[in-house]
Write a protein that binds this ligand. Structure first.
Ligand SMILES: [Zn+2]
Length: 275
């Protein structure tokens, strides 16, 4: 699933590409991926100008000039791919292009989704406010201090790694970056949050922010079928130390990377580097 760095990559690209673009028409090829009244959706979206694109947690929001907002969640396999009229590659639409936004300029935005768990909603300013409040702090926000991080997790009595992925505690971190941050900090994903020292928490906080920033630079991990808004794969996968590497050698100590089920998710770790 695209996490914070992947959605941030798409946001950075789309904000530049979509600003001031007017939506001329929308093709609902698979209407169920629109989680709003379809008639109202089309009425309010067609003719609207996009003012700004931003991200909160793993969702992407487009502000429209009629006061409404388009909210996208890519879930497991969603893609948002932009094609300029001058650069139509012929790759899109494909059979997974379930919603297509056509702009006045002739450019197009394809919402593709192999597994069809992703969605788009049209919401009012008030509804958007409620959605944005469903999430914990943004880990890369300037005001997200170590103290805030520590106070969220240190009192909890369950395993740290699933806690890092709880969107109400921390926004945008999923399986990939929670696993990587625990490795970087030398903490087993199964460690109880209240048994982790302050020093280790300091390391975990620094690791998490460092890895997320680096992953944005590398345009994210192309696991599943993630592509950025230009249809390109991210380069982050080659920098992953544990995620998806069960049975392979630890890049630091040479031991075998192990995996463990925590709830419904698989965590990856090095039994020697993490304690
Ligand atoms: Zn190791």
């Amino acid at each position: 699933m695209p996490e914070l760095p992947e959605v941030e990559t798409i946001k950075l690209q789309l904000d530049r590409l979509l600003k001031n673009k007017i939506i001329a028409s929308v093709e609902l090829r698979l209407p169920k991926q629109v989680k709003s009244d379809k008639k109202k959706f089309l009425k309010l979206v067609i003719g609207a100008k996009i003012k700004k694109v931003f991200r909160r947690a793993k969702i992407l929001i487009m502000d429209l000039d009629d006061g409404y907002h388009l909210v996208f969640h890519l879930k497991l396999t969603g893609q948002l791919i932009y094609q300029k009229i001058s650069r139509q590659s012929g790759n899109y639409p494909n059979k997974y292009s379930h919603i297509v936004f056509n702009f006045k300029t002739g450019d197009r935005l394809f919402f593709n989704d192999l597994r069809q768990f992703g969605w788009v909603k049209l919401v009012s300013a008030n509804e958007l406010k409620n959605i944005l409040q469903e999430f914990g702090p943004e880990p890369l926000a300037k005001n997200f201090s170590f103290e805030k991080f520590y106070n969220i997790f240190a009192p909890k009595k369950t395993a740290i790694k699933p806690l890092l992925m709880e969107q109400i505690f921390l926004a945008g971190v999923g399986n990939i970056y929670a696993s990587e941050a625990c490795f970087c900090a030398g903490i087993l994903p199964t460690r109880r949050a209240d048994k982790i020292s302050t020093l280790e928490y300091r390391k975990l906080y620094q690791c998490l922010r460092k890895i997320l920033k680096f992953a944005i630079q590398k345009k994210g991990v192309s696991a599943e079928n993630y592509l950025d808004a230009l249809g390109q794969e991210g380069e982050m996968v080659k920098y992953l130390k544990v995620y998806g590497r069960a049975g392979e050698e630890c890049k630091k100590c040479g031991s075998n990377i192990n995996s463990v089920k925590q709830g419904s998710r698989t965590s990856f770790y090095c039994p020697k580097c993490q304690g």
